[in-house]
Design a protein around this ligand. Structure first.
Ligand SMILES: C[S@@+](CC[C@H](N)C(=O)[O-])C[C@H]1O[C@@H](n2cnc3c(N)ncnc32)[C@H](O)[C@@H]1O
Length: 243
């Protein structure tokens, strides 16, 4: 089994609990930190990801799930991309505090939110035309189980996109690693006032499978057309697949 494993967690249940507590603890400052630490590039990545699924989002009555939605910025990018198309978009996360913020931010929109664990979704089989997960999948305690659950709730032909951090190579990679491993945890800890999460972030990215391995896992889980598109020198990237 391979998945997120925050320091001190001995099994899948403990890892999931530690992840939920961590995100709940930083929820009040999460948006601010995201934008500061990424110099607002996060907005670009969400928008670019939503654009990649323009075809599904333009379909009347498409049903979309944004998994690990946090405070809902990826979810809102999907809604903006859909424009006037009458899509149904639902955001799901297992941190109540994150969802509360998502709900406040989106009060004037048709977005809907639900508290749910990505490894045990409260949906029947084959419900969604599109499923996205931005910077959340890496935090699952079991990646293969996460992929199986995504596959289960997608309709045949349905698409999914996992946007997450990568590890860029070359000189840019070297400079970025100094920022990501030293500067980012220091600023994150200072602004959030919480010590663990911003040291966990680079550790979790290091632990996450490299693109080739992740694509293999997607294919083995049963996805077709598995691909990875690097964003911003590979600092982030989008995994795509189709059921
Ligand atoms: C880094 S945040 C990303 C939030 C948002 N998607 C974004 O792009 O800003 C990761 C989110 O994944 C959620 N998460 C992690 N593991 C989860 C799980 N097993 N089930 C549901 N949500 C989970 C956390 O609660 C957190 O809100």
């Amino acid at each position: 089994m391979i998945g997120a494993s925050p320091a001190g967690s001995a099994d899948r249940a403990e890892a999931a609990r530690a992840v939920r507590e961590m995100f709940t603890s930083i929820a009040p400052r999460y948006d601010l930190l995201n934008h500061v630490l990424s110099c607002n590039i996060d907005r670009l990545w969400w928008r670019r990801t939503a654009k990649m699924f323009a075809d599904v989002l333009a379909r009347p009555d498409a049903c979309v799930l944004d998994l690990c939605c946090g405070t809902g910025d990826m979810t809102s990018a999907l809604l903006r991309q859909a424009g006037k198309a009458p899509v149904r978009i639902l955001g799901a996360d297992f941190s109540h505090a994150m969802l509360q913020r998502a709900s406040i931010k989106s009060a004037a929109t048709p977005l809907r939110w639900t508290e749910a664990d990505a490894l045990n979704l409260p949906f029947g089989d084959q419900q969604f035309d599109l499923l996205t997960a931005a910077f959340g999948f890496r935090n699952l305690a079991d990646y293969d189980a996460g992929l199986r659950e995504i596959l289960r709730v997608l309709r045949p032909g349905g698409e999914f996109g996992i946007l997450d951090f990568g590890e860029p190579g070359g000189l840019i990679g070297k400079a970025y690693r100094v920022y990501f491993k030293r500067v980012l945890p220091a600023i994150g800890t200072m602004i959030s006032g919480v010590k663990g999460p911003y040291a966990y972030l680079p550790a979790s990215v290091e632990r996450f499978p490299a693109p080739e391995e992740m694509l293999d896992r997607m294919r083995r889980a049963g996805f077709r057309e598995a691909s990875w598109t690097p964003y911003t020198f590979g600092i982030a990237g989008l995994y795509r697949g189709r059921r």
